[in-house]
Design a protein around this ligand. Structure first.
Ligand code: ADP
Length: 465
């Protein structure tokens, strides 16, 4: 089958979060399943830094090759994409995102014709590519080239919807009548994701748990009504992890390679991470990590409450993240009080992220909601035990460890408050204190397989359907 993956970020070319990991790995897994797949993304200036040759195609378009022979096409536009960020900078989103991503969507459909790649399925991801199904079903509905093309929209995070002022609607080049309650209109604004949900042939999200949650008021981000109308065409497929990129045995960025047969390399990683972060170098003190976007979703407030209490717990914490200014300020405030125990790194840094996964004993994910979450899967592979809130993809992939039966894979809290989070950390610390149990626990989670194979197969089944 001919598949086009459309995504606004793709590893190794551009990344702010898990969407890029997925969009880089899924095409390669589909290629292994003998599908004919290409990827289309915006040609941001950072794509040049991936270390992969970019080939010119026609003015405004270029491409590179990943995997055995998967072409990644770039939609170029100096004015729109030659910027420091993908969607915005510290001060907020770029004000012309409507233009930047509607341009990307229109040009993608032009490109496919130009290269004569007539797709069976266009697989869109999140609001940035959600207009593609809309253009196909409206402006291009009589276009023979796309007669047989079906669309899938995967929602990686329902909270990001692409909202814009109503006055901008005319810039989309669509019939003005589409700005109504059954189309783009959402509390007086333009909503790209809502339109994508309505116009795509099928909708998926990145775990079964989240697929159920988004139909409810608590998790539906005010789109639960629209999603319920599409319930028959909505399912959840869990993300995988690309073990060719995430494996402590081969990871070039960490301090020492290791696998479950010999954990001495993991000890070395802990020591070097403590050194790098200016923490006391002590093998026995539990080291807890966090890597993620500093957004409300990720539970940074809960995390900062724990940090305030951490000297009583006798633990060290290392945090790597970037995002909302208010969380930068909050974490900087608490950091001042506890040097040598707490390391705060407010940046995006792939190498440091890997060193944290490798060097820590536990990995904290107190996310309020989590569509899938890759951090817990990466942690398993690096022998770092996750402490998570029971939600979405986290509850689909982590179960609570019982020291008596030795069943379970992490420490889970089910009430969303500081005390519950603290008590799950304490449960972890109690097991950590029993060295032999901890060692076999670590080895067990390292053997888990969350590879893409199974999930890619499920996508192929869906494409065929
Ligand atoms: P989300 O997609 O909501 O951001 P996920 O857990 O699905 O969360 O994926 C996050 C991905 O982004 C992981 O690969 C994680 O290691 C990476 N990541 C997040 N923040 C940073 C950062 N500041 N530096 C390096 N990598 C990061």
């Amino acid at each position: 089958m001919k598949i086009v993956i459309c995504s606004s970020e793709v590893v190794p070319f551009a990344k702010t979060g898990g969407l890029a990991d997925v969009s880089g790995a899924l095409p390669l897994a589909l290629e292994n399943l003998k599908q004919e797949v290409i990827v289309v993304m915006p040609g941001y200036s950072c794509v040049k830094n991936a270390g992969i040759k970019i080939n010119p195609l026609k003015p405004g378009f270029s491409y590179a090759t990943i995997g055995k022979n998967v072409k990644v096409y770039f939609i170029e536009n100096e004015e729109y994409y030659n910027r420091a960020g993908l969607y915005g900078e510290k001060t907020g989103d770029y004000p012309d995102n409507l233009l930047r991503f509607s341009f990307y969507s229109k040009k993608t459909l032009e490109l496919l014709k130009m290269i004569n790649f007539c797709p069976d399925v266009i697989h869109c991801n999140d609001w940035q590519s959600a207009l593609i199904p809309v253009y196909l079903k409206t402006n291009l509905k009589n276009d023979n080239f796309y007669k047989k093309t079906k669309t899938i929209l995967t929602i990686h995070n329902l909270a990001y919807q692409g909202l814009f002022a109503a006055e901008q609607f005319s810039s989309l080049g669509l019939d003005g009548a589409l700005f109504n309650i059954d189309g783009f209109e959402f509390y007086g604004k333009i909503n790209f994701l809502k339109a994508g949900i309505i116009f795509s042939d099928f909708i998926t999200t990145v775990s079964k748990g989240y697929a159920n949650e988004i139909l409810t008021k608590d998790f539906g981000c005010s789109l639960e009504g629209v999603l319920n109308t599409r319930k028959k065409n909505l399912s959840g497929i869990i993300n995988g992890l690309d073990y060719s990129l995430w494996d402590p045995k081969t990871d070039k960025q960490i301090f020492a390679n290791y696998d479950a047969s010999d954990l001495s390399g993991k000890k070395k990683n802990k020591k070097e991470l403590q050194k790098l972060c200016g923490l006391l170098i002590k093998e026995d003190i539990p080291l807890l990590g966090f890597v993620g976007r500093l957004a409300e979703q990720k539970g940074i407030d809960l995390l900062s409450d724990i940090i305030k209490d951490m000297s009583k717990l006798n633990i060290q914490i290392v945090i790597l993240g970037t995002g909302d200014l208010k969380y930068h300020i909050l974490l900087e405030e608490v950091a001042k009080k506890i040097p040598h125990l707490f390391s705060l790194n407010l940046k995006f840094d792939d190498a440091l992220a890997r060193r944290i996964y490798a060097g820590c004993d536990m990995f904290m994910m107190p996310s309020r909601y989590e569509p899938c979450g890759l951090g817990q899967m990466i942690s398993f592979k690096y022998g770092t035990i996750p402490v998570v809130y029971k939600t979405g993809g986290l509850s689909d992939t982590v179960s609570n460890f019982d020291p008596k039966t030795k069943k379970g894979d992490g420490f889970i809290f089910t009430d969303y408050n500081k005390d519950a989070f603290l008590s799950s950390i304490n449960n972890g610390l109690a097991v950590y204190a029993k060295k032999d149990i901890w060692q076999s626990f670590v080895k067990k989670v390292m053997s888990y397989n969350f590879s893409w194979e199974e999930s890619a197969r499920k996508y192929v089944e869906l494409y065929k359907k």
